[in-house]
Design a protein around this ligand. Sequence first.
Ligand code: SAM
Ligand code: SF4
Length: 467
Amino acid sequence: MASQAAELTPQAQGGADRIDLLIAAYGGRAPRYTSYPTAIQFTPDVDARQYAAWLRGLRRKSGPISAYVHIPFCDSMCWYCGCNTAVVNRRGPIEDYVARLLTEIDLVAATLGERLEIGNIHFGGGTPNMLAPHEIGAILARLRLKFDIAPGAEIAAEIDPRTLTPEWVQAAAGGGMNRASLGVQDFDPAVQQAINRIQPYEVVAKAAELLNATGIHSLNMDLMYGLPRQTLPGLEKTIDMALALGPDRLSLFGYAHVPWMKAHQKLIREDELPDSRLRYQMQRRAADLLEARGWKRLGLDHFARADDSLAAAAEEGRMRRNFQGYTTDEAPVLIGFGASSIGRMPQGYVQNATAVPQWRERLGRGELPVARGVAMSEDDRFRADIIERLMCDFAVDLAEVCESHGRPLDDLADSISRLAPMQEDGIAQVRGAKVEATRTGRDFIRSICTAFDAHLEQGAVRHSASI
Ligand SMILES: C[S@@+](CC[C@H](N)C(=O)[O-])C[C@H]1O[C@@H](n2cnc3c(N)ncnc32)[C@H](O)[C@@H]1O
Ligand code: SF4
């Protein structure tokens, strides 16, 4: 459980000037640590043969696994979007994709040494509700045919409220879906215009109502800060409007502006983007407001009602970090289906071909469509555990992690020395073997984690700003 570090408030330390210094020192590019090693370290050394061997080694007695299904299609392009998706306005490519996806499920199941049980399924994208109702039903049915779905399994989808239909919700709920995450971002019409995502409040309200009425009661909403034309009062208003719709969880993502990777982000006017100080204030103000409303801040960018299962997991030190963000899912194995999906095996990470044509072609040849990955070394596992605890709890007991990995604390001497300036700057505290982010330091947790990252040098410039 994250303990309360003695706080050096920004005010006590010189207020805005101090924050500016901290932003300059620690608000630069850093990984989001949804995995360690991060996706930038993936290489083609992990290929289909390697993945097949890993799949064959999985055992049902090790417990339920998780599944991720990627749907890389959208109705229109939001200019801020950093996801792997494309706009399609014909049924053909989607029908073809679903047919291949079913083939991929069959192929993975045939490669496994045993029939496995799934405890958690997540449909991400892109926009899973771009699928026709019978298509979402068919994918869920195929998963049920080839795997056992654990009683009480969590089945969730990311949903664009603008295109949600009662028929889709019916089919998804019929297939066992019990959680949904609605893309909201910001309710301010000026912001919506600047990001090419017009989405009136009533549209989101209707989607939330529809899900609830169909038995999908557990609801997350994605909000963003750092968007063009966004203001502090506007963000506060968005949060209160979102809360009025009764979600259990909120994500508040900092807009990652990476136009060198996502060309459509060039359509966003950089002179309308909030600067790093305003970005900092936005996430701070949002967190303060939500805490004042009785919500729990969980990790970097998630919030939950105090009675939510994710808040309970955080309280008990059981919260985990994965590619979908923060989760209660403790399964050690995640199988990814669909173009660009990432999976986690006991031995390391695997990623499917990112582009649909390559993914499709590989499946057409009867091959697992893996393009890259990374086998984790013992040192990677050791550092992954430290980074995950910091990202989830804002604190880690290095002695505990060292003991569970049979490593001496001395092996972390370099990392601990990298924390020294952070201690001086009041964002981290090191007491014996206990490392903890201060309250201000929580906003810079990605930078604190870099002290334990043995791979950072090679990928630093490709990450987004950490504030
Ligand atoms: C796959 S989308 C959600 C589902 C659906 N496609 C929608 O937009 O309604 C996942 C979420 O990622 C977040 N996101 C997308 N691009 C981002 C970026 N560049 N930086 C930070 N968050 C981003 C948005 O909050 C978005 O709702
Ligand atoms: S934010 Fe969602 S709807 Fe918008 S382009 Fe990205 S994946 Fe598609």
